[in-house]
Design a protein around this ligand. Structure first.
Ligand SMILES: [Zn+2]
Length: 300
């Protein structure tokens, strides 16, 4: 069996490609524009031409949207119009001659975090949250990626926290994403910070909070508290061993972890919260790493 696998994380604007070792370290990587308007066949040809030069035994793709893992095609997609129905699995395996796995990008990222950051603890149940422009997630249940009936399991960004809360990008109100996504963080920063950093990014708001800006601290308290409220419900449902926070916003580290811990500590029914490990591992291209490791897993 060839040691390495290729991970391809397909975003609406850019795609990251990486050659990944079994321990999750990235040996080689690069980024190309996705060029969604040129269609999925054109994309596949370009990506395959690049990775052909590498030495690997399987390929994993992470795509934003609903994925039919069997056919390796997109069922539903928010930002790649016209890409549904195309079998990436067939197209990539035909051109590269190796087994190909296609998965939702957040599921792939969470799998990467489970294998690398949590050292793939056998039989562990893990709730993974991907924090960025959107809030997504994935579930590992007793050591297996849980896809659900049609691959949509783990969409925890649209859990409703408040029926009359702020409007979410999905059209509803009060979703977790409407409190913890990048847009929500920047909106809260504008409302609470006296001196706004420039450029205004979650990273800059985190830096301001760490250097003592009270408004910025209040922003992260609110984000963490809302995450804690959403996750508390899931902890009661799933009784997890660990919660993984991944993605750019997770870099805020304890700014966001401390309020989650406070929400957990204040729960009246404490038992399922006692053993939960909260982890915000150092940022990596988790989508690339996870897609590659998942393809390794599934090639058998
Ligand atoms: Zn929503």
């Amino acid at each position: 069996m060839k040691k390495y696998s290729v991970g391809i994380d397909v975003g609406g604007t850019f795609t990251k490609l990486g050659l990944v070792a079994p321990d999750g370290s990235v040996i080689q990587s690069l980024q190309i524009p996705t060029e969604p308007s040129k269609g999925p066949a054109h994309f596949t040809r370009r990506a395959a031409a690049i990775v052909k030069a590498w030495n690997f035994g399987s390929v994993g793709l992470g795509l934003a949207g609903g994925v039919d893992a069997k056919t390796g095609s997109l069922l539903f997609v928010p930002n790649l119009r016209g890409w549904t129905g195309f079998s990436f699995k067939k197209a990539f395996s035909k051109s590269l001659g190796v087994p190909v796995t296609v998965e939702n990008d957040a599921n792939a990222a969470v799998w990467g975090g489970y294998v690398v950051a949590l050292k793939k603890q056998p039989h562990a149940t893990v709730i993974g949250v991907t924090l960025g422009t959107g809030v997504g997630g994935g579930l590992v249940i007793e050591g297996r990626l849980h896809r659900g009936a049609s691959g949509y399991a783990g969409e925890l960004g649209h859990l409703t926290l408040e029926l009359d809360g702020p409007r979410c990008r999905c059209g509803r109100r009060g979703c977790l994403e409407a409190y913890a996504g990048t847009h929500a963080i920047l909106r809260a920063a504008k409302a609470r910070m006296r001196r706004l950093p420039s450029p205004l990014t979650p990273k800059a708001v985190a830096a301001a909070a760490l250097s003592g800006d009270r408004g910025a601290r209040a922003v992260w308290d609110e984000v963490g508290t809302r995450l804690g409220q959403g996750l508390a419900g899931l902890v009661l449902v799933l009784n997890p061993d660990a919660i993984l926070l991944l993605g750019g916003v997770a870099r805020a580290g304890r700014l966001v972890l401390d309020p989650i811990r406070r929400v957990f500590a204040a729960q009246p029914f404490r038992e399922p919260f006692k053993q939960v490990v909260l982890s915000a591992p150092a940022q990596r291209d988790w989508g690339v790493v996870g897609a590659a490791l998942l393809s390794r897993e599934r090639r058998g």
